[in-house]
Design a protein around this ligand. Structure first.
Ligand code: FAD
Ligand code: MLT
Ligand code: ZN
Length: 493
């Protein structure tokens, strides 16, 4: 297997020039253009948030950020860039975790931040049509008085955009209940790499009229076009939601617990999230959520957060209470204890622990994040083997790797293996890669369950896609984007 890290795909592309800027000034008002080139001469510090990713791991050198307000403006910018062979990086909320949303060199950044209007909502069908730049939380807030929710939820909801969610095929905390965006996205509006607007913004639930082109853009990470509008099926807001944090004496209990929880809660189960002890302790250390009573969780090796959402509070609470009772009274209990939320504030505090793990890890150090699909019974083994491997390389200490932790979406078979280091170093990276990818391949898993490939994993795509699949992915890319301007160097090796 080849093991090279140099990003491909940027050869033959041009930098933005002052002449290009003069053209963009005919399309956009000056307030929508940030550029260090004259005559704009924006201070480079203003471009930093666009050039650096959320983890401060990937750093671009773009001179220019454009913030179009309409699909027509996006189309005119893209048409010009295609003629001039200028690479474009579409950028949403810049919360991606694989370096896909920042340039590799000085590609132009096209931010969707100024396209943030809800276009329509039908409270009978539940179909929401919105600009791609709408922030996920703002869509949730918009839908609340209409008694609906977005069928997607993630810790980055306050910053990520629906167009970014679609482009990464984000999974998150509600996938167990509502399925993936491949099912809930009904239509898309996309500006193709030659500037053509592909209008597939249908609001139909059923439409079997040949190839379903929109699916190609879901998870394409901006390599095939720019998503400008999204039609999505919102779900009716549950009448009642509840949650419980379960502390487990050992990891081996997670699988039988999941089976039992599914059996007893059946249709009201809406989340089943795994948190190992080390990452729980990091969340507490860094003030995420409210810590559980230390005596209650003494000896707990890991935790599971279970959520129910349903149509009848009494019925759901009854189910959750009898689940807890049966778990506690069992001859060989699978859990040490369960902390049941008894108020909306407690409900949010329990979720805050789970949703705060990413931030806790990033406050502790620099995280190497491996977002993998492996069989559920291998979650702990993956974490332990990785830790032992780093120990064998003498890299497990305060000045190198501080912690190896695991958390994730059990119901989706998705483990987040995080290696928390004092700094990003070539030595640690060389110890982790291809080690982790080989490990994942040995379980026939996926090297990316939900975060995508971005720039981080292009060289590892071969572990999850066979040569025929990669060849056809490349053919599709060449068909849509013969000049290779759309997010160059991302996804494809
Ligand atoms: P960006 O980061 O801006 O971009 C991501 C990719 O999509 C890039 O390749 C970019 O070029 C492309 N892109 C963005 N907008 C468009 C567009 N309009 N058209 C074409 N391409 C576009 N991810 C999960 O899957 N599940 C989680 O539970 C989850 N939790 C997270 C929690 C935290 C605290 C953080 C920081 C991240 C989390 N993520 C999670 C990762 C990230 O939030 C998601 O990938 C999210 O969908 C990215 O959206 P964004 O708008 O920030 O996109
Ligand atoms: C999560 O599930 O918390 C997210 O995917 C982010 C992460 O992996 O840290
Ligand atoms: Zn996740």
């Amino acid at each position: 297997r080849r093991w090279s890290h140099s990003p491909a795909g940027l050869a033959g592309l041009n930098s933005v020039t002052e002449e290009d800027l003069a053209h963009f000034a005919k399309i956009l008002p000056s307030s929508s253009i940030l550029s260090t080139l004259s005559p704009s001469a924006t201070p480079s510090s203003e471009l930093e948030p666009f050039n650096n990713d959320w983890m401060d791991k990937y750093h671009g050198k773009s001179t220019t950020v454009l913030k179009p307000r309409t699909t027509q403006e996006v189309s005119e910018i893209v048409r010009w860039c295609n003629q001039r062979k200028i690479g474009i990086v579409p950028q949403g909320g810049n919360t991606g975790l694989v370096g896909g949303g920042v340039p590799i060199k000085d590609e132009l950044i096209l931010s969707l931040a100024n396209m943030a209007k809800v276009r329509s909502f039908d409270d009978v069908s539940g179909i929401l049509v919105a600009d791609a730049g709408c922030i996920l939380q703002s869509l949730t807030d918009y839908l609340a008085p209409h008694h609906h929710i977005v069928p997607l939820d993630l810790g980055a909801k306050g910053s990520c955009q629906i167009g970014g969610n679609v482009s990464t095929n984000a999974g998150g905390l509600r996938l167990l209940r509502y399925g993936s965006l491949h099912g809930s996205v009904l239509g898309l509006e996309v500006v193709l790499p030659d500037g053509t607007v592909l209008d597939q913004l249908t609001s139909l639930r059923k439409d079997n009229t040949g190839y379903d082109l929109k699916q190609l853009f879901i998870g394409a990470e901006g390599t095939l076009g720019i998503v400008t509008g999204v039609s999505i099926l919102a779900a009716p807001a549950p009448q009642a939601s509840n949650n419980v944090m379960l502390a487990l004496p050992k990891f081996e209990n997670v699988q039988p617990l999941y089976k039992e929880v599914k059996r007893q809660l059946s249709e009201v189960l809406s989340a089943f999230e795994f948190i190992d002890r080390t990452v729980y302790d990091l969340a507490v250390k860094h003030g995420q959520g409210r810590a559980l009573n230390p005596q209650d969780i003494e000896g707990a090796e890991c935790f599971v957060l279970v959520e129910t959402s349903g149509g009848n509070r009494e019925h759901d609470e009854q189910k959750l209470n009898s689940l807890l009772e049966s778990l506690m009274l069992a001859e060989e209990p699978l859990i040490n204890t369960g902390v049941l939320a008894s108020s909306p504030a407690q409900f949010s505090a329990l979720w805050a622990i789970r949703e705060g793990l990413t931030e806790a890890v990033s406050k502790e150090g620099k995280a190497y994040k491996y977002d993998i699909s492996v069989p559920l019974n291998k979650f702990q083994e993956v974490v332990d083997k990785t830790r032992e491997h780093l120990r064998s390389k003498d890299l497990l200490h305060e000045n190198a790797v501080k912690y190896v932790v695991g958390y994730g979406h059990v119901g989706d078979g998705n483990l987040h293996l995080n290696v928390v280091a004092a700094a990003y170093t070539p030595e640690i990276e060389a110890a982790l890669e291809p080690f982790v990818y080989e490990l994942v391949a040995s379980y026939k898993g996926s090297i990316s369950a939900e975060h995508g490939i971005g720039v981080m994993k292009t060289h590892a795509l071969q572990y999850s896609k066979n040569p025929t699949s990669i060849e056809w992915m490349k053919k599709i890319k060449a068909l849509f984007d013969p000049n290779g301007i759309m997010n160059p160097g991302k996804v494809l090796p």
